[in-house]
Design a protein around this ligand. Structure first.
Ligand SMILES: C[S@@+](CC[C@H](N)C(=O)[O-])C[C@H]1O[C@@H](n2cnc3c(N)ncnc32)[C@H](O)[C@@H]1O
Length: 295
């Protein structure tokens, strides 16, 4: 099909208006990202750039804008989200990684400044693999075991590991941390080699609050990645019960928490013989990460 030359602004202006009318706060960037996807350009097109595009591609672009107008996040339309230093592929069972979770990475870098260290890391509830794979990028001699109840999310984490040439330092284990003996089975899988670090961003939204989330989240992120049970704390309770068995002596746990959960999660850690040794806040001043030491 013939391509015609058109200025990006002329093409996307009406689409920006359409998204804005639907309450989209990032209308201009979203249009540029979706247009780039359609014309297969790796970086977002500029607003005042000439591009060459077919009628077919224009129709496809408008169809994607309609999906966005209905509330589907751009990351779900293009199945990709940037996190730390990479673009992570997503599928419907992998949480769309959040910028706030990068605090887990900066915190671990603060506690383990030697990038040459050989760390055995466990990523509990790994989703797209964004946490463990970002750590492997930084710690070139380290290994990560990715654990998730969703086999499909483990598959996309594997795809990402391969894409970033990190597959040879990654292992994948499908299990439910609510099941009996999951820790023992995991250790068997890991050939009894215990972990230096556990990193986890478990589901922590109280069930009744899920309906209050933005439709971009509640309609498109997997429920297993969000739902933390009645009090939002079910995952922490299950995980901490078994963490001591999985960690080396003086091993550390880095967990992400939701707003207002600091004292409850600290209590869970302390009840399970961990020492809280620090916490980190996000840019809004909310405590987002707690660090525990195995006593
Ligand atoms: C909030 S998401 C975090 C995903 C990823 N680590 C991130 O930060 O983007 C929580 C993850 O925990 C997994 N998960 C939830 N319940 C689980 C369980 N009982 N056992 C194992 N994994 C579970 C979900 O499938 C999901 O991938």
């Amino acid at each position: 099909m013939n391509k015609s030359k058109i200025d990006v602004y002329t093409l996307i202006k009406p689409e920006i208006e359409k998204l804005k009318k639907n309450g989209c706060e990032t209308a201009s960037l979203d249009c540029r990202l979706l247009l780039s996807k359609v014309i297969k350009k790796a970086d977002p097109v500029y607003m005042h750039q000439d591009i060459f595009i077919t009628d077919n591609e224009i129709n496809k672009f408008r169809a994607l804008i309609s999906e966005r107008a209905e509330g589907k996040p751009v990351s779900r339309i293009i199945n990709k989200r940037s996190f730390w230093k990479r673009d992570f592929k997503l599928n419907e069972e992998a949480l769309d990684p959040r910028a706030d979770s990068e605090i887990l990475i900066t915190t671990i870098l603060k506690y383990y400044p030697n990038l040459h260290e050989k760390l055995n890391i466990l990523d509990l509830g790994s989703g797209s693999g964004c946490l463990g794979l970002s750590l492997l990028e930084e710690y070139k001699n380290s290994y990560v075991t990715f654990v998730d109840i969703s086999e499909k999310s483990l598959q996309i984490a594997k795809v990402n590991a391969k894409e970033f040439s990190l597959a040879d330092r990654s292992k994948y284990y499908n299990c439910d941390w609510n099941e009996k003996d999951w820790d023992r089975n995991l250790l068997e899988f890991a050939e009894q080699s215990k972990f230096d670090i556990v990193v986890s961003n478990p589901p922590y939204i109280p069930t009744n609050n899920i309906k209050l989330l933005k439709k971009e989240v509640k309609n498109f992120d997997p429920m297993t990645a969000l739902d933390g049970g009645e009090d939002g704390l079910i995952a922490y309770k299950s995980i901490f019960l078994r963490l001591k068995n999985l960690l080396k002596d003086k091993g550390k746990v880095f967990v992400e928490i939701g707003e207002g959960q600091q004292s409850s999660v600290s209590k869970i850690g302390i009840e399970n013989n961990f020492l809280e040794i620090g916490y980190e806040k996000d840019l809004s001043g909310i405590v987002r990460v707690i660090i525990f030491l195995a006593k």
